[in-house]
Design a protein around this ligand. Structure first.
Ligand SMILES: NC(=O)c1ccc[n+]([C@@H]2O[C@H](COP(=O)([O-])OP(=O)(O)OC[C@H]3O[C@@H](n4cnc5c(N)ncnc54)[C@H](OP(=O)(O)O)[C@@H]3O)[C@@H](O)[C@H]2O)c1
Length: 341
């Protein structure tokens, strides 16, 4: 059955990817409404050869809409998603605003598709680094049992939106040409540098109390802990994350160390991952070729390589995981949820 669809944040990094994925997968669309801020109202975007005019978001934008794919930031979702639900739409929300609300399912279709049915008008799309980690982690947890995870992320500019990608391009050129550059998005020099993730940090000071992450963690890290537990419906998994921004334009990488609940083997791990949905094992030691952001950009699956036993502790293995977070980490996951609906 064809649906009346609205994309909220249609001009952004995730919004643009949503459009191309809806077109690629031939999602059954009766009508498509593109919403963004006042700044973009009147611009046209081509979808399936047809020019569609972007409209300014208002509380009345959702009349007659069945499905809203929302990616305009948490404060916009907080204010406008209730209006969409009131108008009778189901919202698949890419922002973090509703993710930990107990009434809102948090869904990765390869992990917990059954949770879609529990929605009361809103389904949340998890954090992008969490989605990427969940694809190899969940089948291993089901097959062997995961006890503890240590994960270090190498996160691309695109995770901070189209404007951050533009800033990285411009800053790289300016530095290469020896010219000064005035940053407006990232807190530190990003080109030829890296820094701990710039999501709000809980330093224990009273003004940061609104940040729910425990002292010393940034929000991005804490999302990986609490969202994974919610998606897996398992509070027992212990996760120690460190999130880093690296000067890569697109696709996040993650070095993941997993300690299992019992003894296992490389054979068992490969046999589980080879049959896992949404994942590809890429290992070519002869050519020294492993998953890389540049190869994974624009691809649907999450790529896993460097699978090896961690000889420093019992029942532990290491994995190198790379996924296009604008795609599987956001837009593709949202469209897969819409397909389940
Ligand atoms: N990038 C990722 O990899 C990723 C992954 C998972 C989740 N997310 C989440 O998805 C959301 C969007 O991310 P993004 O990377 O696509 O950001 P982005 O490139 O900055 O795009 C933001 C979009 O929101 C619209 N917008 C901003 N203010 C608005 C307002 N007042 N009213 C209506 N629309 C407004 C923008 O419209 P204008 O063009 O008119 O300003 C634009 O379409 C964020 O909450 C982000 O955390 C992003």
């Amino acid at each position: 059955m064809s649906r009346h669809v609205a994309i909220l944040g249609a001009t952004g990094a995730v919004g643009q990817e949503l459009l191309s994925i809806l077109e690629e997968r031939n999602f059954p669309i009766a009508s498509l409404k593109l919403l963004a801020s006042k700044r973009s109202a009147g611009k046209t975007i081509t979808f399936k050869g047809e020019k569609i005019t972007v409209e300014e978001l208002t509380h009345d934008s959702f009349k007659g809409i069945d499905i809203v794919l929302s990616s305009a930031g948490g404060s916009i979702s907080k204010e406008f998603v209730p209006s969409a639900v009131k108008a009778g739409a189901v919202v698949v929300d890419n922002t973090s605003y509703f993710r930990m609300d107990p009434k809102v399912p948090l869904v990765v279709p390869e992990v917990n598709p059954q949770d879609v049915k529990k929605h009361q008008g809103i389904i949340a799309n998890p954090n992008c680094t969490t989605i990427i980690m969940s694809l190899p982690l969940f089948p291993l947890h089901m097959g062997i049992g995961v006890s503890r995870v240590t994960v270090c992320t190498y996160q691309a500019a695109s995770g901070a939106g189209a404007i951050a990608m533009e800033e990285l391009r411009e800053e790289s050129i300016a530095i290469a040409e020896g010219k000064p550059y005035h940053r407006t998005v990232m807190p530190h020099q990003y080109a030829f540098n890296l820094f701990p993730h710039n999501s709000p940090f809980n330093d224990g000071s009273p003004e940061k109390e609104k940040v729910k992450a425990p002292k010393g963690y940034c929000e991005e890290e804490w999302k990986m802990v609490v969202e994974t537990r919610k998606i897996f419906d398992d509070e027992s998994i212990r996760i120690a994350p460190t999130c880093i921004r690296v000067p890569v334009l697109r696709a996040h990488s993650e070095a993941i160390n997993i300690q299992f609940q019992r003894k296992t083997s490389l054979e068992e791990i490969y046999s589980i991952l080879k049959n896992a949905p949404g994942m590809v094992i890429q290992e070519d030691p002869a050519d020294n070729r492993w998953p890389m952001p540049i190869d994974v950009t624009g691809k649907d699956p999450v790529y896993v390589g460097r699978i090896r036993e961690d000889l420093s502790q019992e029942n532990s293995f290491d994995f190198w995981v790379v996924g296009d977070q604008v795609r599987k980490g956001a837009a593709l996951n949202a469209v897969q949820i819409a397909e389940l609906l």
